[in-house]
Design a binder for this molecule. Sequence first.
Ligand SMILES: Nc1nc2c(c(=O)[nH]1)N[C@H]1C(S)=C(S)[C@@H](COP(=O)(O)O)O[C@H]1N2
Ligand SMILES: [Mo]
Length: 438
Amino acid sequence: MTRKPRGPRERGLCELYAEDPIRADELVFGRRCYPDRRGFLKGAGLATMGAVLGAGIPFHRNMPAGLIPAALAEGPEDFVIEGKEGLRVLNDRPVNAETPAHLLDDPITPVNRHFIRNNGIPPEDTSPDNWTITIDGFVDRPLTLSIADLRRNFEVVTYALQLECGGNGRAFFNPPARGNQWTVGAVGCSRWTGVRLRDVLRAAGVRDNVVYTAHYGADMHLSGDPDKVPISRGVPIEKAMNPYNLIAFEMNGGPLHPMNGAPVRLVIPGWPGSCSHKWLTRIWLRDVVHDGPKMTGKSYRVPRYPVAPGEKVPTEDFVIIHSMPVKSIITFPQTNVEVPADEPLEVRGHAWAGDNFVTRLDLSIDFGKSWIAAELDPPENPYAWQNWRAKIRFPIHGYYEIWARATDDEGRMQPFAIAWNPKGYLNNSMHRIAVRAV
Ligand SMILES: Nc1nc2c(c(=O)[nH]1)N[C@H]1C(S)=C(S)[C@@H](COP(=O)(O)O)O[C@H]1N2
Ligand SMILES: [Mo]
């Protein structure tokens, strides 16, 4: 991996805007940042905004006051990870990299475009031959299985499964939340091949008192201390028994990328990505809610009631995140491109909804005044994301934003505003991209 020096971006650009809006404006106008309303819009009237965007804004009357044009919300691409070209690296220790939206255009995410979220240092030896996974705790028959044992003793299945980090979208929180400043690209849907977690747990004999799984892997704590565990999460046993959870040893028909958990990982789709343990070595069945690193405190938890932005919330009022909320992404066109005016253009992307299905996808090009229903495919299998497309015509030349809003089978929609929470999880506000019709 090659890397350029880390800049102030690690703080998050919303944070920079909060602290020094003038300086932030300079950065935004000079480079591209994640602007917040304070600096940009204070002095900028419609004419200035049009000048910055390089186009007039036909639907400017519908623009909500204080709206930051999506044209300015793209991140930099500074680093390269082998086999992950084009990903935007947010951190190199541990390695964290997201995929720009337009590189997620494929119906199934190629290995080189699947995001990476590490909490520790990945193992150096990821050869499958001597790898084993232990199932222990409250089971009738503790098992230690090689990858060959998994293939031999259990039905091998392939599913397209969407995986999203619980912190995807954190970059847009204000006040900012500490942690990786993911924009929209900590999500992917590859085809995973493996055995059902359920089948393996049943073979071990799950005792009646089991309430939770506990996952362990071969990665090392950032401190290098072998007695410390970087992350160990789990799920309620009812969720663990869902037939779409896999112990996966193939990604898109080939080996897993070393950064995505080679040679074998869990994929527990629809819940925060942190449940899908990489470099899997052990599943411990427990009679209490698991309390491993990043299960407790405020990790992967949200307040159990709505809170105002910036509000302090006592730790005991946080609850563990289960299903992820309904969400979508626009993958074509790429944000900030020129498109033809007065001609139909195909706009497309994906939508997903945790344990639920997506039932509709609507698009707006006039800042939410009117909506156009997209054609929405059923998922390839439950827990695959759903592809959608629509033909859109931009009536006159100028600056437009395309907004996408998915609705799930319980009628829940993506909001415009972020439901703020202290750790910056679950931001499912609508994806907005910018285009200039010429
Ligand atoms: N062993 C291990 N598994 C892990 C992690 C980790 O740091 N170590 N990160 C988790 C988190 S927070 C996420 S979002 C997903 C990301 O999976 P990916 O890197 O394959 O995209 O892996 C999860 N599994
Ligand atoms: Mo994550």
